[in-house]
Design a protein around this ligand. Structure first.
Ligand SMILES: [Zn+2]
Length: 325
């Protein structure tokens, strides 16, 4: 490892990324293949910075610019295994549509859900789980905010219907970009239903459609998908689909005007909601996670600290000359 000083205990303060010779330093993705996703997400963040520059959100472009520019990793040696890197420090812009930040947020939400859902399964051992996707016709991106508000009201009416079978729910909002450039907002819902749902209280797909249509006060049948988690299987398998990004990266960076309008339309909109008996377990998911680094609880000790800085031109993180205790 070229970074011998890291274990020496001395403090050096050579500014990162200051010399051209740094390009010979190893890249993060070479030293730690599991951290390869950093480069993909951070490259998208550069695009988002470009989109914000010169717009009414110019101040966002500065925040995004410095987002996760320098990553500090602890080096952990595991007996019998190769050394492993663990993220210890980074500065995040925390903007909703920053590709790095939404990726980190999604990781934190997933980790939380994987931890908490087994407790729900234990508390409701005979209950079953449904995964329901609620959609509507696409809308022009300039109408997205109104549409999302209307969907929130409609969902509020849905869960109050007498026939609504779930005792608890977790809902996430996703907005994708349709081929026609319109926005396609939809809800992914994890529903906790009593066992009787698969007996006398079963709801057919067509009935689900009419419940959603009625709640949304539509004059057409909306597209709706209901899947049941097989008996004995765990709701955790749905977590990746449920808590993925609000808008996928390829849609974020496809079109500048669309992206800027998305920023306007989604301002301060909440994307995750919980209700019923699941609220007490999963309410934390409704808030922005404070920790985007992912604190280790295993008490692993760092043998050294390694810093990697973002190289905009080559779209890689490279080891810096900076070494700290
Ligand atoms: Zn960010």
């Amino acid at each position: 490892m070229p970074n011998d000083r890291a274990s020496g205990g001395d403090v050096y303060s050579i500014p990162p990324d200051s010399h051209s010779s740094n390009s010979e330093q190893p890249a993060l993705s070479e030293l730690s293949p599991q951290d390869k996703p950093w480069e993909k997400h951070r490259a998208f963040t550069d695009r988002v910075e470009d989109f914000y520059r010169g717009s009414e959100f110019h101040h966002y472009s500065e925040r995004v610019h410095f987002c996760s520019e320098l990553l500090g990793f602890g080096l952990i040696s595991e007996t019998g295994n190769a050394a492993k890197l663990k993220l210890r420090s980074a500065r995040f812009c925390r903007l909703r549509h920053c590709p790095v930040c939404q990726w980190r947020r999604s990781l934190m939400w997933k980790a939380k859900a994987f931890k908490v859902l087994p407790r729900v399964v234990e508390a409701f051992p005979t209950h079953r789980w449904l995964f329901v996707t609620l959609t509507l016709k696409n809308v022009p991106i300039t109408r997205l905010r109104d549409q999302l508000s209307e969907m929130n009201r409609g969902f509020g009416r849905l869960v109050k219907l007498k026939a609504f079978p779930a005792e608890g729910w977790l809902r996430s909002t996703e907005v994708t970009k349709g081929r026609d450039g319109n926005a396609h907002p939809h809800f992914h819902c994890l529903l906790l239903v009593p066992r009787s749902y698969f007996g006398r209280n079963y709801i057919k797909q067509s009935e689900w459609v009419s419940m959603w249509r009625k709640s949304m006060r539509l004059d057409y049948n909306p597209i709706l998908d209901v899947q049941a988690v097989k008996q004995g299987n765990k709701p955790m398998e749905l977590v990746p689909e449920l808590l993925k990004y609000a808008t996928k990266e390829s849609d974020l960076v496809a079109d500048r005007e669309w992206f800027l309008e998305l920023t306007r339309q989604m301002h301060k909109m909440r994307c995750i909601a919980t209700g019923g008996v699941l609220k007490q377990y999963l309410k934390e998911l409704e808030e922005e996670p404070e920790d985007l680094i992912g604190e280790s609880e295993s008490g692993e000790m760092d043998e050294a600290k390694l810093y990697f800085s973002w190289r905009r031109k080559e779209k890689k993180y490279r080891l810096t000359d900076t070494s700290l205790r």
